[in-house]
Design a protein around this ligand. Sequence first.
Ligand SMILES: [Zn+2]
Length: 81
Amino acid sequence: MRIADIQLDLQGSGQSWVIVHDGRAVSRHYRCHHVATARMAGLERQLAAPSFRRRACLSCGTAFTSEGAHHRMCDRCRAQA
Ligand SMILES: [Zn+2]
């Protein structure tokens, strides 16, 4: 997971702005530059907080890749539960 690689751009001019990620438009067009800027900041936060992350298993303490808040035990402990 390389969070530092998240690159969002704002493209447009006048009354047409769109958020671009990896060369692709990822938002609707905004008429206000400051609204688009605020939305881009929100998207950046979402992308920087992926639901997949390394956690320590609640049962045995082994590090594993969690799929989200519901997923707190490693596969081995889940299989035993
Ligand atoms: Zn475990």
